[in-house]
Write a protein that binds this ligand. Structure first.
Ligand SMILES: O=C(O)CCC(=O)C(=O)O
Ligand SMILES: [Fe+2]
Length: 357
């Protein structure tokens, strides 16, 4: 095998893009999931009966209708920890430019991307090709680039310079999602009966990591996944998907496909909101399936409080009848945990839940 190939087809950094291009009709053994973890693709998934919430955010700015939107958000957060938003204020041109730039990045020859590979979570820019950092030995059919995205001026120079438009176009999308995140956190705080600016300072100083994920066509989608079940550790994730593939777990523990809605963005509650709400809202467990025919792209904008900031249940939501249900935690605690544990089978948040409650 040639040197270049060796670097991309080794145990740690197998690029899913490279595997797809190789034309092999089978996925390598390490991608094959144990039978109990395989996705059930096809009509048996039974998603048609569930209506997942879609919320029109334009009314958030209308003083007369804001409360109605906040009530819709409350219901969605209680029912699913998840909703889609339309009329969210991010233009379709900004979205399309970011998607085109990311597509061009992933289409680059492997050598152009491999110098960004790292398995250090704290690296501000990290190209990765599968989960390789825990005790979990199964690999996933995904290539990604993750970059710190807030404050943008601190980080953008480290982002990929090829394609040349990447920094500007993905940067614009990252800034727009930062603004949207602030609006959503305000609405979610209000929906819990807290002040609109309950987390204002934390959000201003908080972190944003943009994970741009590429799931190429997979020869055996029934036995592999693009991403294993997990919840996101932060406050909220704003997700843009180019086609279906995301699934969430509903309150009956069934996997439900999230429909693709043109122009919509997906909002997922993370562990920090679950803790802040004292469990009134739950972070959503999700996974990604892959398909035989085409490549799927997603932008997961992962927003979080500052690295060192400990989050605990809001005092207004703790009382005699509802004592604090979680211990406090910071982003640093989360990083420490995932460097030592298998996060794919167990949620980090479960470790914070007080056992006697
Ligand atoms: O690609 C997706 O739809 C989900 C990505 C995701 O869950 C993540 O990056 O945390
Ligand atoms: Fe996620």
């Amino acid at each position: 095998m040639e040197e270049t190939n060796k670097s991309v087809v080794n145990d740690y950094f197998t690029s899913a893009m490279e595997l797809t291009e190789s034309g092999d009709p089978h996925v390598p053994t390490r991608y094959i999931l144990p039978p109990s973890q395989r996705p059930m693709l096809g009509p048996s998934i039974g998603t048609s009966t569930i209506n997942l919430p879609v919320i029109d955010l334009s009314f958030l700015h209308d003083p007369l209708l804001r409360l109605c939107v906040i009530h819709e958000i409350e219901l969605a957060c209680k029912g699913f920890g998840f909703f889609q938003v339309i009329n969210h204020g991010i233009s379709s041109a900004v979205v399309k430019d970011a998607q085109d730039s990311a597509t061009r990045f992933f289409d680059l020859p492997a050598d152009e991307k491999m110098h960004l590979v790292s398995d250090n979570f704290q690296e501000p820019v990290r190209y990765g090709t599968s989960i390789n950092h825990s005790t979990d030995r199964v690999h996933y059919w995904r290539d990604f680039i993750k970059h710190y995205s807030h404050p943008l001026s601190n980080w953008i120079n480290l982002w990929p310079s090829n394609p040349p438009c990447y920094k500007e176009k993905v940067g614009k999308y990252a800034e727009a999602t930062h603004v949207l995140h602030k609006q959503l956190i305000e609405a979610i705080s209000e929906s819990l009966g807290l002040e609109k600016n309950y987390l204002q300072e934390e959000i201003e100083e908080g972190s944003q990591v943009m994970a741009v994920n590429c799931y190429p066509a997979c020869p055996e989608p029934e036995i592999a996944l693009g991403m294993p079940p997990h919840s996101d550790y932060g406050s909220l994730t704003i997700l843009l998907q180019s086609s279906e593939g995301l699934q969430i777990k509903d309150c009956n523990n069934n996997w439900v496909c999230v429909p693709y809605i043109e122009g919509a963005l997906i909002v997922q509650l993370g562990d920090q909101v679950e803790v802040m709400s004292n469990g009134i809202y739950k972070s959503v467990v999700h996974r990604v399936t892959v398909n035989k025919d085409y490549k799927r792209l997603s932008f997961a904008s992962l927003h979080s409080l500052p690295m060192h900031k400990k989050i605990s249940p809001a005092t207004q939501l703790v009382n005699e009848n509802k004592p604090a249900a979680y211990g406090e935690f910071s982003f640093n605690d989360f990083l420490d945990y995932i460097s030592r544990n298998d996060i794919t089978q167990k949620r980090f948040i479960d470790t914070l839940r007080k056992k006697n409650l």
